[in-house]
Write a protein that binds this ligand. Structure first.
Ligand SMILES: C[S@@+](CC[C@H](N)C(=O)[O-])C[C@H]1O[C@@H](n2cnc3c(N)ncnc32)[C@H](O)[C@@H]1O
Length: 257
């Protein structure tokens, strides 16, 4: 059986193959070119208007996103997967999926049989579809261009729901958490993560925890994707925060069985 390090190395090779611009483009130049601050994080436009900016991000995603964050997130996902047991016959829904690096890699590595990807950026989903085609799994991937909170997916239709680092783009972030709960089957598992204190949403750790517990109960598990690092008086990287949740099994249904 592969060690965790071998698995992460495999994911890094996947990331390098499908997001090669990380080596050809310079991150700072990319952020300037797409107007990362004024059109992105600091922009006050309503959510639907942000899709144009995200379309530009899609083409340079490998340079925009640091691989170490992807690796930290995957490590956490794999740990929660072991606890939640993401089996090959299952259906995974991902809200704010971007180009779906984790979801498609998982499909190739004993992950879910069926994946539904929701994002309001057509270019992000086009990139995900092109990777899925190259991997030969596109028939098992559905893409939905939509706001994360109004995909029209049926209730209780997913064994797993991911909201990976997307909800902080929305002032409506609490509705993402609500929507994850709506889509999850009883007993299903959700992995929700966000960047704390991001200007468009200013999610505070306590508010995130309260919203998650309000939807999923007190059993949720919280931690940082990237362990916080103390530098002098300051805590750096108090950034990506996640929750692993389990959708409660309806007790009246349990009794009827
Ligand atoms: C930082 S990317 C994260 C992508 C991916 N989940 C990952 O972790 O690599 C955020 C994604 O959320 C999407 N997004 C932001 N606001 C959205 C909204 N209101 N509805 C749907 N998708 C949204 C963006 O288009 C983008 O693809």
């Amino acid at each position: 059986m592969a060690t965790l390090q071998e698995v992460l190395d495999n994911f890094q090779q996947f990331w390098e193959l499908f997001f090669p611009e990380q080596h050809t483009l310079h991150r700072e130049e990319v952020l300037t070119a797409i107007g990362d601050l004024e059109r992105g994080g600091n922009c006050r436009a309503p959510d639907p208007e942000m899709a144009a900016y995200q379309n530009d991000v899609a083409g340079v995603y490998g340079a925009y996103e640091a691989v170490r964050y992807q690796l930290y997130t995957l490590r956490n996902l794999l740990e929660s997967q072991q606890r939640g047991d993401l089996r090959p016959d299952q259906h995974l829904v991902s809200l704010g999926c971007g180009p779906a690096s984790y979801e498609l890699w998982l499909m190739m590595n004993q992950g879910p049989r069926r994946v539904t990807l929701v994002d309001h950026s057509p270019a992000m989903l086009a990139r995900a579809r092109s990777i899925a085609e190259r991997l030969g799994v596109s028939e098992r991937v559905t893409t939905i261009v939509s706001d994360a909170t109004s995909s029209g997916l049926p209730p209780k239709s997913a064994d797993w729901v991911f909201c990976l680092n997307g909800m902080h783009w929305s002032s409506n972030w609490r509705r993402w958490i609500y929507e994850a709960g709506r889509i999850l089957k009883p007993g299903g598992t959700g992995y929700l993560s966000c960047t704390l204190k991001f200007p468009r949403s200013r999610i505070q750790r306590g508010d995130f925890e309260a919203a998650v517990q309000n939807r999923f109960g007190r059993g949720a598990e919280f931690d940082h994707v990237v362990p916080p690092r103390q530098i002098g008086e300051h805590v750096a990287f108090d950034m990506r925060y996640y929750a692993v949740v389990q959708m409660k099994v309806d007790s009246s249904r349990r009794k009827r069985r």
